[in-house]
Ligand binder design. Structure first.
Ligand SMILES: Nc1ncnc2c1ncn2[C@@H]1O[C@H](COP(=O)(O)OP(=O)(O)OP(=O)(O)O)[C@@H](O)[C@H]1O
Length: 253
């Protein structure tokens, strides 16, 4: 697939949850190897977009989805769900490592379950690779058998990033990944995100416009289930075309 083609294309995405229209026909093109931020006030539908991309709604019978989401040109709803989850990783608002499992096993488990490595040596190498990519390796390399619950909140979130990266996804979805963290941990995760775009595409949901401005290349402003404005981050923040976007970036919505 040529590198100038968007990695994700969302076409006329409509989502109804328990009869309520939460997304009202969203169109987005997400370029590859960039950080793409989705920002907007609480309840605007940001998380719903992410959950539609990696089919997290599959288990919710009250959720109806219409429209198309293409990953590298392929309709994700026509793919096997397991395949979608391997290609599209996700990191949630609250760090959710398997608390009683070791640091090593937290990263290794997806690789084992998906049979993505052929030997113990390859497994060890991939775990080390993922922990390095998530900038956690130096802090944990001598205590890989320690339980994940013994790590700090920020370290747990970087462990979750490593767990997702271990499967070598094409896209990493991040749903307000720093909102439960302190300033220092937030800074580390933001630096990690910016580094990661060399390897994959990142779609990050944030309710914090400053965060979108700091780390993203493109940004979509979502309001009441619609994309109000989308474009390069520098343009959205310096020359917004829509009054509502302007108000939001100035902190007035
Ligand atoms: N499981 C659910 N059941 C019923 N309604 C839901 C469910 N999930 C989301 N909604 C509704 O969908 C709308 C959009 O929610 P969503 O979580 O996507 O917004 P958001 O922009 O991510 O908000 P926040 O920043 O607060 O996380 C909200 O009105 C919410 O109440």
């Amino acid at each position: 697939m040529s590198s100038d083609k968007p990695i994700i294309e969302i076409r006329n995405l409509k989502v109804r949850i328990a009869g309520k229209e939460v997304l009202k026909g969203i169109n987005l093109e997400i370029p590859r190897n960039k950080v793409f931020a989705i920002m907007g006030p609480s309840g605007s539908g940001k998380s719903t977009i992410l959950r539609s991309i990696n089919r997290l709604w599959d288990l919710y019978p009250e959720v109806e989805i219409d429209g198309e989401i293409l990953l590298d040109g392929k309709d994700v709803y026509a793919m096997k769900d397991k395949e979608v989850r391997r290609l599209v990783g996700m990191v949630f608002q609250r760090p959710n490592p398997f608390p009683h499992m070791s640091i090593f096993d937290n990263v290794a488990i997806g690789l084992k379950m998906n049979k993505l490595v052929k030997s113990k040596e390859e497994l060890r190498e991939r775990v080390e690779w993922a922990l390095k990519k998530a900038y956690l390796w130096d802090e944990v390399k001598d205590e890989l058998k320690k339980k994940a619950s013994q790590l700090s909140g920020g370290q747990q979130q970087r462990l979750c990033i490593a767990r997702a990266l271990a499967l070598k996804p094409k896209v990493l979805l991040m749903d307000e990944p720093t909102s439960a963290l302190d300033v220092v941990s937030t800074k580390k995760i933001e630096e990690t995100i910016v580094e990661l775009k060399k390897d994959l595409t990142i779609v990050i949901v944030t309710h914090n416009p400053q965060q979108a401005a700091r780390i993203s290349d493109y940004v979509a402003f979502v309001y009441q289930g619609q994309v109000i404005e989308v474009g390069p981050t520098s343009e959205i923040f310096t020359r917004p075309k829509n009054k509502l976007t302007e108000k939001y970036v100035l902190g007035k919505v």
